[in-house]
Ligand binder design. Structure first.
Ligand SMILES: [Zn+2]
Length: 219
C-alpha cells in the first residue's frame, strides 16, 4: 500500500452535510478536521492579539480578511497531527486564499458536495431544535410526535436564526458568489472531485470514499 496523504478541502453549500461527512472521514482516515469557524471562535476565546483583532471584526459583522485567516491556517497546518493530511472546512473561501494554500504545500483534492438550492432550503428551513435538550428534528424527515414539542424532554422546538428562510437564501447567495470561482480554479488544476450530496449521509460517505480512492489513484 502506497503511503498516501489526504490533504483535502471540502466545498459545498450550508446544509450539504459537510460537517457530518468531515467527522466520519477524519475518524476513518486519522486526520484532523480543521474548521476555520471553530478556529475563529477558539482564537476569540484565547484573547491573543490575533484573537482580539478577529473578535472586533466579527462584532462589526465584517469578514475576517484573507491575511489574518491565512496566518491562522498556516499556524494550524504546522501542527504535527496534519502529517498524514487534513480536512479543511471553510477555507479557502477566495482564490487568493487558495493561492496561499498552494504556497503552504497544496492539497490532494478539493471535494465539492453538490446539493441543489431547493434541497438546501428544504433541509435547513424544515429543521427544528429543542430549546431545552438540543435534539434536532425536521418537519418532513424527522417530525416530532406532537407538533413543536420535543419527544425526548417535552421542551419547545424552535427555528435557529441561521435556518430562517431569508437567512438561508442570503447564505446560499454568498456561497455561490464566493465558491463558483474556486470550483473553476481547482477544476482547471485537475483537483476538483464532485460528489452528489443529495442522498443520506451514509450513502454520501460511501460514494465519497470510493470516488476519492479512484481520484487519488489516477493522479
Ligand atoms: Zn428536548
Amino acid at each position: 500500500m502506497v503511503d498516501r496523504s489526504f490533504r483535502l478541502i471540502f466545498l459545498g453549500p450550508p446544509g450539504a452535510g459537510k460537517g457530518t461527512i468531515s467527522a466520519m472521514a477524519a475518524e476513518r482516515l486519522g486526520i484532523p478536521h480543521i474548521s476555520t469557524g471553530d478556529m475563529f471562535r477558539a482564537a476569540v476565546k484565547s484573547s491573543t492579539p490575533l484573537g482580539l483583532e478577529i473578535k472586533e471584526i466579527l462584532a462589526r459583522g465584517g469578514l475576517v480578511p484573507d491575511a489574518l485567516t491565512i496566518a491562522l491556517v498556516k499556524e494550524r497546518l504546522a501542527q504535527p497531527d496534519t502529517v498524514r493530511g487534513f480536512i479543511l472546512d471553510g477555507f479557502p473561501r477566495t482564490v487568493p486564499q487558495a493561492e496561499a494554500l498552494e504556497e503552504l504545500g497544496g492539497i490532494d483534492a478539493a471535494v465539492d458536495f453538490e446539493v441543489s438550492d431547493e434541497l438546501v432550503v428544504f433541509r435547513l428551513t424544515g429543521r427544528r431544535i429543542c430549546g431545552s435538550c438540543g435534539a434536532i428534528y425536521h418537519v418532513a424527515n424527522k417530525p416530532p410526535q406532537q407538533e413543536d414539542i420535543c419527544d425526548r424532554c417535552g421542551g419547545r422546538l424552535t427555528i435557529r436564526n441561521d435556518d430562517r428562510p431569508e437567512t438561508v437564501h442570503a447564505r446560499l447567495a454568498a456561497y455561490h458568489a464566493e465558491t463558483e470561482p474556486l470550483k473553476s480554479w481547482y477544476g482547471a488544476r485537475g483537483l476538483l472531485l464532485t460528489i452528489d450530496g443529495a442522498p443520506d449521509a451514509e450513502t454520501v460517505y460511501r460514494s465519497f470514499t470510493v470516488r476519492l480512492e479512484h481520484f487519488l489513484a489516477e493522479r
